[in-house]
Design a protein around this ligand. Structure first.
Ligand SMILES: Cc1cc2nc3c(=O)[nH]c(=O)nc-3n(C[C@H](O)[C@H](O)[C@H](O)COP(=O)(O)OP(=O)(O)OC[C@H]3O[C@@H](n4cnc5c(N)ncnc54)[C@H](O)[C@@H]3O)c2cc1C
Length: 392
């Protein structure tokens, strides 16, 4: 079948690769005319890695990634570990795949290279899609340069501010969550030699948290500092803000946080307002469906935006493979994905309040409760294999 995909983000490219593997002829239309190295780290748990393994991409990814030993939640001043979860060999054995930290630009370029290899001429840059019209037998897609094209199935993977989503799900405006995230990447040689073990550190404090981890074979260190802030509404990945404000936001924080803030280039501090949207009740029509952030944009507090898009791609492929009817396939995909993504959207929003308690006592109590809640809650994310999960 001819399939068109709107958006060459992580979701669109992974969907393109999965669908190409089933023998479909895939064209991806991307409004950007080139890709930048922007963005920071992406955490890929076993759930995402199963799909990337299916696509044969583990080796190139591992060459550029970092495997953390654990994720440690720490008090923002003392550094006392409040809760820790293994992400090492035991995690790999338990869930059948590793946990990787990878630079978004590296993941994106590996996906892009592979897509260009399997579908030469399939990626169209500088091609903004404006709308579509669907009939029982095809979909007509209109691009901003007046071009029209016809396809049998359209996958809308155009991100949180999706232009096309309203044609399927009505007007679902992204909502500002009251949080902003500082982002920055620093060469490790600028940091003290004993700066941090190879873990993900999540320092939690009143109305703020700061996530630190290594990237690119430990040559870089990455920070994402989330602050409750009602004033900043810009969610462009290229929006910068003054270093002095970052410095003030984390003024009395642990030395590990202070050293990365002191080491970052002062003109390279990005600040990004965090939006999500309410879980959708429908995201497929007869021949068109949503995928990735367009379907379920979420707060990044469970580091699952990219992983959900990757899972979507594989489940969509399998659902379309299971039936001769596009409409049945898209419906099977939606039914298979909607509950899991809804839960991750809701849990991610809740995670913010867990991290941001004002009182130290409440923060400690919340993490103790999380520890006692035990494995089941923590297994929910990695314990999902899109290659094998029962559809429907
Ligand atoms: C530049 C950038 C940096 C990011 N960095 C991080 C990060 O550091 N950490 C993290 O956890 N998450 C990051 N994210 C978010 C994360 O990548 C997403 O949650 C996840 O990958 C979902 O991807 P997606 O493919 O659904 O959407 P997106 O990654 O948003 O991709 C959507 C794509 O669609 C294109 N597009 C939009 N409208 C149209 C149109 N009308 N026609 C054609 N193309 C269109 C966009 O240009 C974009 O390439 C980043 C996203 C972006 C865009």
């Amino acid at each position: 079948m001819n399939v068109a995909i709107v958006g060459a983000g992580i979701g669109g490219l992974t969907a393109g690769l999965c669908l190409a593997k089933s023998g479909h002829r895939v064209s991806i239309f991307e409004k950007a005319s080139r890709f930048s190295d922007l963005g920071a780290g992406i955490q890929c748990g076993a759930n995402a890695m199963h799909v990337l393994n299916y696509l044969g991409l583990v080796e190139p990814l591992e060459a550029l990634a970092v495997k953390p030993a654990s994720v440690d939640f720490k008090d923002y001043q003392s550094g006392q570990v409040l809760h820790s979860m293994d992400l090492d060999e035991a995690y790999h054995r338990r869930y059948g795949a590793p946990y990787l930290h990878i630079h978004r630009a590296d993941l994106h370029s590996i996906l892009r290279r592979e897509f260009s290899r399997v579908m030469p001429n399939g990626l169209h840059l500088g091609a903004a899609v404006e709308s579509f019209a669907e009939t029982a037998s095809d979909v007509r897609v209109s691009l901003s340069d007046q071009q029209q094209l016809q396809t049998e199935c359209l996958i809308v993977a155009d991100g949180i501010h999706s232009l096309l989503r309203k044609q399927i799900a009505g007007d679902v405006a992204p909502r500002f969550t009251g949080n902003v995230a500082w982002r920055g990447v620093v060469p490790v040689e600028r940091l003290p030699t004993d700066w941090m073990r190879t873990v993900t550190s999540n320092f939690v404090g009143p109305k703020k948290h700061m996530v630190l981890y290594y990237l690119r074979d430990k040559k870089l260190a990455n920070f994402v500092g989330v602050v409750e802030n009602q004033r900043w509404r810009d969610d462009s990945w290229v929006a910068k803000a003054p270093w002095e404000e970052l410095d003030a936001d984390f003024a009395d924080w642990h030395p590990c946080v202070r050293s990365i803030i002191n080491a970052v280039d002062k003109d390279q501090c990005y600040r990004w307002a965090l939006y999500d949207h309410k879980p959708l009740s429908t995201w497929s029509s007869r021949r068109v469906t949503l995928l990735g952030d367009a379907a379920h944009a979420t707060l990044p507090f469970m580091a699952s935006g990219a992983a959900m898009a990757i899972e979507d791609a594989r489940v969509l492929q399998r659902a379309l493979d299971e039936t001769d009817s596009v409409s049945d396939g898209l419906n099977l995909y939606q039914v298979s994905r909607i509950e899991r993504t809804k839960r991750i959207q809701k849990d991610s929003a809740r995670a913010g309040s867990l991290y941001h308690f004002e009182s130290r006592f409440m923060r400690k109590a919340a993490f103790t409760a999380l520890k006692l809640a035990g494995e089941s809650r923590q297994q929910f994310l990695p314990n999902y294999n899109a290659n094998a999960v029962r559809l429907g």
